[in-house]
Design a binder for this molecule. Structure first.
Ligand code: COA
Length: 380
């Protein structure tokens, strides 16, 4: 059995059908089949190997999909492979193929000069393979009655002519915030022309006010009251207009709160605290959220420390898999386990470390402002 890296538009129709069957059979949620369609369209040219396949006598029995993403960080830019629909055929499970796929993801990330991999999935499976839970799945839940309805604001399906405004809006937020994947023209082309039936960019709608686009949103395919991606200008007026347009949609279930996938400290949660009724919910227990793997954790750690403190540090790997960091005077400033480094570098909570107090204060101050503008867990 061999693991191959292939371009998704290069696989033939027979293999595409088998893959579809494999993915549909592996996941209860039919959306994975639609996600696979979005990836394997023959008119989508990924420009790189993006599909991992293990074949048995020519028949695909395991697969994983990847997208390459560039993310702004506290120290500049990092590139990641974001992976999804990691699946092994039921009859072939328990024989190490899942592990082989994940090793393949790491090889592909190395080949494509990435700093790491992020994905969402069964945390007990991935943490055994060196991933660390970084970002919890979270949302802002709003009582519909507390949302002001502005009749002059409305939403309609996004069409090609909206793309420049939507991409400009996203770019504006990407420049003013960090830790959300940047999007190139090719990414937008894929999202708008291939991914709208899938989970990645489901049925996008633009919000129109005074003839212009002030925001856009995509819903969860299984639940129109759950907004997966919500981007608007950051002013209270724009945010309120967009919420009004979302709440006015006929598909919204009026007996339920409106749930918007939001990262911690988002603009929407700030508005909730000032003006709306509802709550911010972090699903820490139910779901590990985003899992991350860094290819060279020591280098990433060194980069962020150097950037934050403008000093040269010495890093030593201890036998138990801990990194001890000393400053240039030889004073210990940080002790951290290697799998926790990803969470440290990207400012996520849930990190257990020993940190010198003076350095930790500076670190926390900087990381508090490191907030993605949309929830970034779901393979975007
Ligand atoms: C999860 C999945 C990919 C694992 O594939 P597999 O070939 O059975 O896994 P492996 O045989 O390589 O197992 C590797 C390790 O993971 C563990 N593992 C396997 N499936 C697991 C699961 N569902 N939950 C937790 N741990 C799991 C194994 O016990 C093994 O541990 P060990 O190294 O200590 O023995 C497979 O069960 C699958 O396709 N599931 C359905 C789709 C899915 O949920 N994908 C993951 C989310 S994207």
């Amino acid at each position: 059995m061999k693991l191959d890296f292939v371009r998704s538009n290069h696989i033939d129709i027979k293999d595409r059908r088998k893959l579809l069957h494999l993915v549909r059979d592996s996941f209860e949620d039919p959306i994975h089949g639609l996600n696979l369609h979005a990836f394997t369209s023959q008119t989508y040219e990924p420009g790189r190997e993006n599909l991992l396949l293990i074949r048995d006598n020519g028949k695909p029995i395991a697969c994983a999909l990847t997208i390459k993403r560039s993310v702004r960080t506290t120290v500049g830019k990092a590139s990641f492979l974001s992976a999804g629909s990691v699946a092994v055929a039921k009859a072939s499970r328990g024989r190490g193929l899942g592990k082989r796929l994940v090793r393949g993801l790491v090889e592909l990330a190395q080949e494509q000069h990435c700093d790491g991999i992020y994905l969402q999935g069964i945390s007990s499976f991935y943490t055994k393979l060196g991933f660390h839970a970084c970002l919890s799945r979270s949302e802002t839940s709003l009582e519909l009655a507390s949302i002001h309805r502005a009749p002059e604001v409305y939403s309609r399906p996004l069409d090609d002519s909206d793309l420049p405004s939507v991409a400009a809006l996203y770019e504006h937020q990407a420049q003013n915030n960090i830790l959300t994947a940047l999007r190139t023209t090719d990414d937008w082309d894929w999202l708008v022309n291939h991914a709208t039936p899938s989970y990645f960019f489901h049925k996008p709608r633009v919000v129109i006010e005074s003839g212009g686009v002030v925001g856009y949103f995509c819903t969860d395919p299984d639940d129109p009251s759950r907004i997966r991606e919500f981007v608007s200008y950051e002013t209270e007026v724009a945010l309120t207009s967009c919420l009004s347009a979302i709440a006015n949609q006929p598909e919204i279930e009026h007996t339920q709160p409106l749930r918007v996938m939001t990262p911690r400290n988002s603009q929407l949660t700030a508005l909730l605290h000032r003006r709306l009724s509802g709550e911010y919910i972090e699903h820490v227990r139910q779901d590990g959220g985003q899992l991350m793997y860094l290819l060279d954790p020591e280098r990433s750690l060194n980069d962020v420390l150097h950037h934050l403190f403008a000093e040269v540090f010495a890093l030593q790997t201890q036998p138990g898999g801990q990194i001890h960091v000393q400053n240039s005077q030889g004073r210990p400033i940080l002790k951290i386990a290697i799998p926790q480094i990803a969470a440290f570098v990207y400012g996520y909570r849930s990190v257990v470390w020993w940190f010198d107090q003076a350095y930790e204060e500076i670190y926390r101050r900087v990381m508090q402002t490191a907030v993605p503008f949309i929830y970034q867990g779901d393979n975007l």
